[in-house]
Ligand binder design. Structure first.
Ligand SMILES: *Cc1c(COP(=O)(O)O)cnc(C)c1O
Length: 404
């Protein structure tokens, strides 16, 4: 058990805490599920881009899936091998493309014909070959939240199958573009296997038809999106996930690339926050805490549910909203959840915040972002280590103060 009280005392609140042993377990689980084939797990850095989190996964053998040159630089800083880094995203700038080519990463995931042309021109100017994959939109409903669904015609991601085929032929005839991969990613927080299998089959058939054209794809990138438990979701087991994908690939010699973010880090994270006040307006009960939407925006942004526990408090539970100090009605961490009566300085733990928690945080209301701490077993004792110091007011004004 993690001693949250000790951590809150040592590092103060609000505080992000990540269980590194749990992350390791998740990584090994997924890696093991694909053991029938060559595989590369590329951690989706955007889920939690703390350098120590990336390094932890890189040390286990993971590569990185990056969506900006900033994330690529983080991956390199964390020690990721260049041949395990992928660059995805719909809006890569010329500068980003140039640097990615210079750094000689495994492949750039192309998301449009326009991007293909930019990459071709840039690689030609640099007289340097670039390895690519194409993100194909399989037009499949992943049955997840519309904000995090990405594999439908109506979404901005990837190209349709016919365009993909045309681009692969173009790549084959290009001197500087080497097509080595194919990619799809149908959404996030996926809890149903069928759409994944369907997408995989569609893309596998595309690989087969490319083979006929003498275009030999080596990396089959199935994206990320594996769901995790926030409340009571039925989940896909890594083994079943891998089997569903592998079952579509008979006769094809491919290395599986998988880009999980949430699955690896989501349930590893806790946000510790202290009670400032309790109050009742009319009949509504509010617990006001020192963390807010700027620290964790998922409840406000996606109506996401995060379990909240009050430590060391017994007694009758009544419904309350857990809200922060930010001046927005949308500033809440939990709504209408049963919690015991709290008092000043009681400690609350908000759970499953390891993915899209800190990375989506902001300084709104001039609130310095929290510190981040890793916990891990070391010779049977639970050790902790600061992996990002708490921001200060000075940090927040650093880019402005010289322009007064
Ligand atoms: C966001 C993203 C991922 C990771 O998604 P999770 O739901 O966190 O697993 C993987 N690949 C791509 C291309 C992404 O955009």
């Amino acid at each position: 058990m993690i001693d949250f009280k000790k951590l809150a005392k040592k590092y103060s609140t609000p505080l992000y805490v990540y269980d590194f042993d749990y992350i390791k377990e998740r990584y090994l689980d997924l890696k093991g599920a694909f053991k029938a084939r060559k595989s590369l797990i590329c951690y989706a850095v955007k889920a939690n881009s703390n350098l120590s989190v990336i390094k932890h996964l890189v040390d286990l053998g993971a590569g990185c899936d990056c969506v900006s040159i900033g994330e690529i630089r983080r991956a390199f800083l964390a020690g990721a091998k260049k041949y395990k880094i992928i660059f995805s995203g719909v809006g890569k700038t010329d500068e980003e493309i140039r640097e990615a080519i210079e750094r000689d990463i495994l492949m750039i995931n192309i998301e449009s014909e326009g991007e293909f042309e930019r990459i071709e021109e840039i690689s030609q100017n640099m007289q340097k070959e670039v390895r690519i994959s194409i993100r194909v939109n399989p037009d499949i409903d992943p049955k997840t939240h519309p904000y995090i669904s990405t594999g439908l015609d109506e979404n901005k991601f990837g190209v349709d199958i016919d365009t993909a085929k045309r681009l692969y032929i173009k790549a084959k005839n290009s001197k500087f573009i080497e097509p080595i991969g194919i990619h799809f990613h149908i959404g996030s927080q996926l809890t149903e296997l069928e759409p994944i299998k369907e997408a995989s089959l569609k893309i596998a058939n595309l690989v087969r038809s490319l083979k006929v054209l003498d275009i030999d794809i080596k990396f089959f990138d199935v994206g990320g999106g594996l769901g995790i438990r926030y409340k009571d979701e039925e989940l896909i087991k890594p083994y079943d996930y891998a089997q569903a994908i592998l079952s579509t690939l008979s006769g094809l010699d491919l290395t599986i690339v998988c880009e999980p973010g949430r699955f690896l880090v989501g349930n590893s994270g806790y946000l510790l926050t202290k009670v400032l006040y309790e109050k009742v307006n009319k009949s509504k009960r509010f617990i006001i805490v020192d963390a807010a939407m700027n620290d964790l925006i998922r409840p406000s942004l996606y109506k996401a549910f995060h379990e909240v526990e009050v430590l060391d408090k017994e007694g009758e539970k009544n419904r309350a909203d857990v809200v922060g100090p930010v001046c927005e009605s949308g500033d809440f961490l939990a709504k209408d959840v049963p919690l015991p009566k709290t008092s000043h300085n009681d400690l609350l733990v908000v759970k499953s915040v390891g993915a899209y928690g800190f990375t989506m945080s902001s300084n709104y209301n001039t609130r310095p972002r929290p510190a981040e701490v890793a916990v891990f077993r070391e010779e049977e004792v639970l050790a902790d280590r600061l992996i990002r110091r708490r921001e200060t007011f000075e940090d927040l004004i650093a880019c402005e103060k010289d322009y007064l």
